[in-house]
Design a protein. Structure first.
Lengths: 227, 227, 227, 227
């Protein structure tokens, strides 16, 4: 073949198969989303349209890849859990990472107009991604617990912070200073006493993030075992 | 901190820094583009709108990441070359792979309407990607030569194939059978004698692919050395 | 420092930490041991001195590295199991692989004279090694089951083979031909009927390999949990 | 086969081929050699017998593996350079690392009695090893320059240190304190003025380390290109 003298360059493509028998978590994060939120006037502390768009992008990924059993999203990040026995693309890291990330990104832009009907997308946003392997289900549970605790901590802080800025007229610098070192209970109290906000009544989506779970139906053939 | 009992799960994120002093090639490929082309009625054998859209997406990537010096595209694939001394994200594989891929994907959807003004995007397309390391400039040259030879071989075949199908009314099966085992010269001859096509007069974009090169300007400070 | 202009070369030493929470198996294999056995006139099909020397080398490794809980040896190979929570050398692959292998090799040569008192070592033997990660205890059990089944299959074959050669005067080619395709029961029968050998009475070390287990003592401080 | 239900465990052995077209340096280091030197009464600051034994072990490795072109040794470390186009064991990291390390270790113990005729080996010493890849010959040169500069710095310090201890009767603590922060020229001067030692006249093996080079002979068939 005419090109055969060049094909030796293919030998530099090394295998990157991930360890069998381990759970894969693919975590996708917004890249430069502070600026992206500013430029597109996202509502603070939470923009419901933006969160639902993230959920929609995650839904596309779950519909396409059957070995994803669970996904968790908050803010500009989403984590996908793949079955520990997945044979998807022979467990090749670059392949799995890139396919999930690319479809997530693509779906985010594709569905933008339905979620932000009156906001034109000014430039293409992007995300980064990584794969983390977990040997046991305990570690998987703790991973998702970690992300959910993080959601709670960030959202409580942000809710108090933006109340101080938007309703009490504090500068962002002052708001940070006021919250510095406060405990969770103090932020709850601040929200209630100064702004009449019962934090526990805030939309659960904001406080707890989004969870997508694949339902398995009972059939006569063996169903997949639970996580 | 409330979540500290879970943070041990971060230890499962292993470093993935790539070998210093090597050229990185990031190759992005359309995933399931046979169907995507069909569903969006791409012109055969080449759709100029689609190729220009690929170029536009690649341009976004080059504009964002200054350490990309060269890019080559054909069909539904694009290859980006990063400087061998790039320090981008400390040469972390997942970070570099995912940022380039995500922005490429995002820009492709973002710019779709300008390139396919009368074709609505039916679903979000996706791409996969990989990083290949090359230790020397000779291997880099041969990599791009390999992709360009591939462009030539594929395009000559496809040009002959679709002439047989679209102009001579052959079935796709017959067209494949007629071309099987033919040499390059025979395909040139077939195009010229049966269809009056001088293959060398076909748009260079179709025959040779697209090349994007970063220009460096003479300044008083030292410019980056050439590849 | 005088040498500082060269120290950039240290940056090419990339991290190679192994996934936390997984069992490590380090398997060491004799390199070129067919020739080594010949040159040192090892008894066929099993040389008890050689097997005990392997056990002695493995014992040195277990004495030195407390996170090894189990070892299994047969013929010229030995497998070591490390605790899944081992922090040894921060789980760096090259470090763990090389330390165990080097001490095994060293101890093998060091103890040779005690086991082969009348056989001079003609040249230094060597071994290779690899690390395999297993996420769950089931896979670890199956790994050791696999090695023990392999021991049984090989030893039954070799016992029959060498009986045919040494006692029945068959050539090695004839012996292989006679055994080709035979089932386990047929080899038992052959040994019993032609050579009066009850295979199940053969030394268990030959039939089943060697197992080294670390004993843990009850103490007032918490002991390590069992595998 | 009887054991086939267990053979799935082989799938956990992942490929570990190293990038083609790169130089490999395998560096072997003594493990716990401070104690080993003490226990075997090595001469300070340099023990010629020990250094020659290291050279002998390295020679065994070079004789066995033809793709090693160069080796450099000092103190209890040795570095081996493999040709960048080596195909040895398909460039599998564990295989190459373990074979060189194991033979080096083995040869060290095997040849001990010839170099330390009156010193009995009290226990088996061990070494660790790593592989470092270098894309270009400049980095390889700088690697060996780095090791040789290190040899010089360490040896000059150790020579002055042990002169203070052995000849001037200083404690090791005092000797360290006296040398702290001194420049190279000051150590030369100290050795000359207090101990009458012209450092440049000291055995080159001590000052510069050992280099082993593979000679290639002119033949009618093409010889391997130089590094």
């Amino acid at each position: 073949m005419a090109g055969s003298r060049y094909t030796y360059v293919k030998k530099f493509e090394l295998p990157d198969n991930l360890l069998p028998g381990t759970y894969m978590v693919v975590r996708i994060d917004g890249h430069g989303f502070h600026r992206f939120c500013d430029q597109h006037s996202f509502t603070r502390p939470n923009d419901e349209r933006a969160l639902k768009l993230m959920d929609r992008a995650a839904q596309s990924v779950m519909e396409e890849y059957a070995d994803i059993t669970l996904a968790f999203g908050q803010s500009d990040e989403y984590s996908f859990l793949l079955r520990k026995d997945t044979k998807m693309h022979n467990r090749r890291q670059s392949k799995i990472l890139s396919l999930l990330l690319s479809l997530f990104t693509s779906s985010y832009i594709f569905h933008w107009p339905k979620h932000f009907s009156d906001v034109e997308l000014k430039y293409p946003p992007s995300f980064d991604a990584r794969i983390i392997l977990y040997p046991s289900s305990q570690e998987v549970k703790d991973y998702f617990a970690w992300r959910q605790v993080d959601t709670h901590i960030n959202n409580l802080y942000n809710t108090a912070f933006w109340a101080l800025v938007q309703q009490a007229g504090e500068s962002t610098t002052q708001a940070h200073a006021l919250l510095k070192g406060t405990q969770s209970a103090q932020k709850h109290e601040l929200l209630f006493s100064r702004f009449g906000v019962n934090y526990n009544k805030i939309d659960a989506r904001f406080r707890k993030g989004s969870v997508l779970v694949r339902e398995t139906q009972a059939t006569s053939t063996p169903v997949r075992p639970p996580l």
